[in-house]
Design a protein around this ligand. Structure first.
Ligand SMILES: [Zn+2]
Length: 298
């Protein structure tokens, strides 16, 4: 959390309100929040924001000065937010980075993160290419059905681990992985390559549906998440299994939702989601060798 839908909502709000604005000043409260490129900070003064994109769960801002472009990649981690100055926060002391802007609809973008798991990176084009190649696999909203079929057929990885493996499929975390698998009637520990083509096609369709519906509803406000303008996402009301241990299965099968504790909790119905055996945990220790060309959408 935040996952793909929340990052997408944030990117869209930022695009609408700050593209075209010029950076007047940058303020860094904690230097360790910037993983890379802190020494290039001066370059960003007087640069114009010319684009905002989402990759996986990250938000990437493009800045232009004359012929040159540089980037700011924001990882929100568990608790991070990019917010506008007018957006109220309970603990303003957790603001670690501010871009003061001129000429857009918002005077500031703030990076707020109480638990500081997320990081910012200030990157040139080569740095961005390295950054995206290292981190992001296929985007679940743009991967083709054929690519998805090939991906799942090529590994014994457990389905849920695979969906959450950012270098394979970038953007899905624990909330949406659980919700997608429940709707697809597939057990989180099922081996990917044991699925029939029909089940993979169904999973592919449901993955897109869940993520698009969540984006349309502003994402899921779990814990302290909200969008840059302070609005809460409403998709939490559609959650069927996430954090619903012990509640009756929404399909009405009579079973109760279970929680299994692995590296991340799985929430599932033991009756409606069959096929929990055979998935390998080992294959994820060495990331799949899948060539994904990094691409920054313009
Ligand atoms: Zn059930």
């Amino acid at each position: 959390m935040p996952e793909l839908p929340e990052a997408e909502v944030a990117a869209r709000q930022l695009r609408e309100r700050v593209v075209g604005a010029t950076v007047q000043d940058c303020w860094v409260g904690r230097g360790d929040i910037v993983r890379e490129g802190l020494s290039s900070l001066e370059w960003y003064r007087q640069a114009q924001i010319t684009g905002v994109e989402r990759r996986g769960k990250s938000i990437i801002l493009t800045f232009t000065r004359g012929e040159h472009a540089r980037f700011l990649a924001a990882e929100l981690g568990m608790t991070g937010l990019l917010i506008f100055r007018s957006t109220p926060t309970k603990h303003p002391q957790h603001t670690h980075f501010i871009l003061h802007l001129d000429g857009g609809a918002e005077p500031e973008i703030r990076y707020w993160n109480p638990r500081r798991f997320g990081r910012l990176s200030l990157l040139d084009q080569a740095g961005l290419d390295r950054y995206t190649a290292r981190r992001f696999g296929y985007d679940p909203l743009t991967i083709s059905h054929e690519e998805f079929l090939r991906l799942l057929g090529s590994t014994r990885s457990r389905l849920k681990s695979l969906l959450m493996h950012q270098q394979v499929i970038a953007g899905i975390g624990n909330i949406y992985a659980n919700e997608i698998l429940f709707r697809a009637g597939l057990h989180p520990d099922q081996a990917a390559n044991q699925l029939r083509k029909k089940a993979i096609a169904q999973l592919y369709g449901i993955m897109g549906e869940v993520l698009r519906e969540a984006i349309a509803m502003g994402g899921s406000s779990v814990r302290d998440y909200f969008a840059p303008d302070g609005t809460e996402g409403q998709y939490k009301r559609r959650h069927l299994v996430y954090a619903k241990t012990g509640e009756p299965c929404p399909n009405g099968c009579g079973a109760l939702i279970r929680r299994s504790v692995g590296e991340r909790s799985s929430f599932y119905c033991p009756t409606c989601q069959r096929g929990g055996r055979g998935g390998s945990t080992k294959s994820l220790e060495s990331p799949l060798r899948i060539s994904v060309k990094p691409r920054l959408q313009q």
